[in-house]
Design a protein around this ligand. Structure first.
Ligand code: SF4
Length: 432
């Protein structure tokens, strides 16, 4: 039966043009209808050297549906190579060319000997959402641009996390993960954001291992790299937020990488000392205020629903009401993710549901007894329902309209403190 998508939380797979855009000097070339890029772009830090308004596009029309659009694709790639100075050109296909059967892969293969790399990812909207589209782009890089390397760089770790731009905090989160990993004496390698790009992409096969920090997005990619390059991977499903999870994260990464235990504990101690110094200073706020909530709900993608649930339960001692994952997580990953919600400290477990129907989610929030004001962290859609219940609301996931994010982050010890600040700022300002 068709699924209901009330209150859209993601885009179609062609939204992966944002994944390409997050790679410095990489250019998406769209083989799609003229409206696709317009529909999928938004003004959330996506202007710059390349922006959706200048992405080359075949703008295919009725004639191309009848006669095929491969000629147009060929000339669009040819001209993009002539007039736009990029390091990597990524052809992304939308619904129309895939429905009419254009062989875009064959057209792209004609550019094998071009001066700059041209690759292709099938990202028709009917194939899935932009989480899947993101994986398709990474797969295209692995399959069409990279090859196995005999040279391995000691301590080099490729770090992968959730989807750029879809996750508004992507840049800050990646930088914080890099910092944590380098404190263990390892060399982080990421491909997204400022001064990363093609040079770092080339280093991918030289890494000692891939570190995937995500409940499910990217798991197929790291498995592919294991098969193709022989690179082992560590899958850490929870984005570490706050002391409890970040210390656990450092211990697991340290163990996997063979870092001496004393070194790992030294890094953890340094951070925890400061973290708990800050927490102690505000202990009275946590213990005596009467406006923070006993129970909370997170409505977000698997990444944030899981990581924030763990943080609020493990670090702040709050009780989870029902949690909602709204990224259309593929069925094969769901049971494992559910298990993680049972893996909270103090024997606490959280009920979680995978749902894309915003109406149903809001009805459940309205009908739940939160034993006081509800605390809801979610997309902007949850603002009204929370305010009607006189609850506290924080906009942490797509769509984000309450916050401008340049390179802010909720990752790590620092990120945990930022999240506490944001939550308690909302709570204390309700009586202003
Ligand atoms: S669903 Fe298809 S037609 Fe619609 S924006 Fe995505 S690629 Fe374009």
């Amino acid at each position: 039966m068709a699924k209901l998508l009330d209150k859209q939380r993601y885009k179609c797979a062609l939204g992966a043009m944002q994944t390409v855009q997050a790679i410095e000097r990489a250019l998406p070339i769209l083989h799609s209808g003229p409206g696709c890029a317009q529909k999928l772009s938004e003004s959330v830090g996506s202007s710059g050297y390349f922006s959706p308004n200048i992405f080359p596009c075949t703008s295919i029309n009725e004639k191309d549906v009848v006669f095929g659009g491969v000629k147009k694709l060929d000339s669009t790639i040819e001209n993009a190579l002539k007039v736009i100075d990029a390091d990597l050109y990524v052809v992304l296909t939308g619904c129309i060319p895939e429905i009419v059967g254009d062989d875009s892969g064959e057209v792209v293969s004609r550019y094998e000997d071009a001066e700059k790399p041209v690759i292709y990812a099938p990202t028709a909207g009917f194939k899935g959402n932009n989480y899947k589209g993101h994986e398709q782009v990474i797969d295209a890089i692995i399959d069409q641009y990279l090859s196995k390397s005999d040279k391995k760089q000691k301590g080099l770790v490729n770090i992968w996390a959730d989807v750029p731009y879809q996750d508004l905090f992507w840049l800050g989160n990646l930088r914080e993960l890099e910092k944590l990993v380098s404190e263990l004496g390892l060399i982080p390698n990421t491909i997204f954001g400022f001064k990363r790009g093609i040079e770092n992409i080339r280093k991918i096969p030289e890494a000692e291992f891939n570190l995937l920090v995500s409940p499910w997005v990217g798991l197929g990619n790291v498995k592919k790299m294991e098969r193709k390059f022989g690179t082992p991977y560590l899958h850490y499903p929870t984005l570490p937020i706050g002391a409890a999870e970040t210390s656990k994260f450092l211990r697991e990464v340290g163990k996997f990488a063979g870092v001496a235990e004393e070194k790992v504990e030294e890094v953890i101690k340094k951070h925890e000392d400061y973290y708990y110094y800050l927490i102690e200073r505000y202990a009275d706020l946590f213990l005596e205020n009467r406006v923070i909530n006993k129970q909370f709900t997170v409505v977000a993608d698997a990444q944030y629903t899981l990581s924030i649930t763990k943080f609020l339960a493990n670090d702040l001692g709050l009780i989870p009401a029902k949690q909602f994952i709204v990224d259309d997580t593929p069925a094969s990953y769901r049971d494992k993710i559910k298990e993680e919600f049972k893996n909270l400290n103090y024997g606490v477990e959280a009920e979680v549901s995978f749902d894309t129907d915003g109406y149903k989610i809001h009805e459940e929030i309205k009908n739940h007894d939160y034993h006081g004001y509800p605390l809801v962290l979610g997309g902007y859609y949850e603002k009204e329902v929370t305010e009607n219940l006189k609850g506290n609301f924080l906009n942490i996931a797509y769509p984000v309209q309450d916050k401008v994010v340049f390179d802010d982050s909720y990752v790590g010890y620092t990120g945990g403190i930022r999240l506490i600040e944001d939550i308690y700022t909302v709570a204390v300002s309700r009586f202003n």
